[in-house]
Design a protein around this ligand. Structure first.
Ligand code: PGA
Ligand code: ZN
Length: 428
């Protein structure tokens, strides 16, 4: 029998993909096994998220994490030493209690989520984490990727207002092929931009810089890239948007700075519904400001059953909010970001609530990332049907898509995806 009690918990400062400091935690067990994880960080965060602990002050833009790192060694370690690493729920509950604040800001959401994930890695033992996390012996599937082509919004200096212009390879036969298809679309997008003199660099999640005159032009360019790559848009490869509408909502209006106009909620909903009509869009995330429940209800109804309306800032990976949204029919899917809520146990509860209520669930990374691949293991181990980790370029993104390929390789058959009938857009 292995002795899987925690003997040490150690924090250190490492760096994220935006060159900002973040927290890494290493957990060691009595049998010598260790697990390690790095906290990601959002830039367009929801108001209901767990709060990272940052030092403030003049250095590193106030974003240093020395306090959060110190809390790992000084408080979290002594609290967890002697506990069974396999008891994730017990450990996460202890972390929540130790912090004592609903937003986890005392120890830091960054310190807590890195610890929670590191414990899971340590407990996983010699096998991969996704296997350790599974709680049934049904078939293992890879999640359907949702991959960024153009970045925007808070991730691209607000060059355009919408945040993510993505593709979903809805017709791909397996995970491995899905990535090949997206790579073709990405390549075609680069060629089209270069031809038009619009190739001007990259946004935070590795997508091309959105050198467009308005938001719709970016959507159109995604569709043209799909066509140019030789795929049938809406059948083989479809479009997905993260509007991240809270980011440009103020005083009751949606301010489209790139287009020099502001729209009231009805006008803005109508604009988005028009895009859904004219373009092969199968997913739309945070179409409205995060506290507009009635707006989400009306939008979901109007968008129709074949479109996934995803709550990110709106639901902040909170099981209670997901349950309420299911009751209200406000959206029909949730983005699951572990650091938004702070522990793996709470993130899984949000995913389980979604599964139980017929909501879709997309496990997601953040705009500030690292080489950490935990989210991929969570998606596979928890049976989530979709995964969003940014573009196909930059190491912190490819680390995750490639980890999926390793799992696919191990499973064989290119990595089976969920059946198309499981998605709102349905089968061919
Ligand atoms: P964030 O963006 O990590 O900056 O919050 C990702 C998203 O909004 O989905
Ligand atoms: Zn989002």
């Amino acid at each position: 029998m292995r002795d899987a009690r925690v003997v040490s918990v150690h924090g250190r400062r490492v760096w994220d993909s935006r060159g900002r400091p973040t927290v890494e935690v290493e957990v060691t067990l009595a049998d010598g096994r260790a697990g390690r994880a790095i906290a990601p960080a959002g830039a367009s965060t929801g108001r209901g998220e767990a709060v990272d602990r940052r030092d403030g002050g003049p250095t590193l833009g106030g974003r240093d994490v020395q306090g959060a790192v110190a809390s790992v060694d000084a408080e979290i370690g002594p609290c967890l030493v002697g506990r069974e690493a396999a008891d994730q729920a017990g450990i996460d509950a202890a972390l929540i209690e130790l912090d004592g604040r609903p937003d986890k800001s005392r120890l830091g959401g960054n310190a807590i989520v890195a610890t929670s994930m590191a414990v899971a890695h340590a407990a996983a033992g010699p096998g991969p984490l996704w296997q350790h996390l599974r709680d049934d012996d049904g078939p293992v599937r890879l999640p359907l990727p949702e991959i960024q082509i153009f970045g925007g919004g808070a991730h691209a200096g607000r060059r355009v207002d919408f945040q993510d212009f993505m593709v979903v390879p809805i017709g791909a036969p397996d995970y491995t092929t899905a990535l090949v298809w997206v790579a073709e679309v990405h390549l075609a997008a680069g060629r089209l931009l270069a031809d038009q003199g619009l190739l001007q660099g990259f946004a935070d999640e590795g997508g091309y810089w959105p050198a467009f005159t308005d938001n719709e032009q970016a959507v159109e360019m995604v569709v043209r890239s799909i066509d140019a790559a030789g795929f049938t848009a809406g059948v083989e490869v479809a479009v997905s948007l993260d509007i991240a509408a809270s980011q440009f909502h103020a005083d009751g209006r949606y301010h489209l700075a790139s287009e020099g106009r502001a729209l009231d909620p009805d006008g803005f909903s109508a604009l988005l519904l028009g895009l859904l009509e004219r373009y092969p869009i199968v997913m739309i995330e945070d179409p409205l400001v995060e506290d507009d429940r009635d707006g989400f209800v009306a939008f979901t109804e109007a968008a129709g059953a074949h479109v996934q309306v995803v709550g990110d800032d709106y639901l902040v990976t909170d099981a209670g909010r997901v349950e309420a949204a299911i009751r209200d029919r406000a959206g029909n899917a949730v983005l699951v970001k572990p650091n938004q809520v702070g522990t793996l146990t709470e993130a899984r509860a949000a995913l389980t609530a979604a599964h139980n209520g017929g909501f879709g669930a997309i496990v997601s990374a953040r705009s500030g990332e690292s080489e950490d691949t935990t989210v991929v293991h969570l998606a596979v181990g928890w049976g989530a049907s979709q995964l969003k980790v940014g573009s196909m370029t930059r190491g912190e993104r490819t680390a995750k898509w490639n980890e999926g390929l390793r799992i696919a390789d191990r499973l064989g058959n290119g990595g089976p995806l969920p059946d198309r009938s499981e998605f709102p857009w349905g089968g061919p």
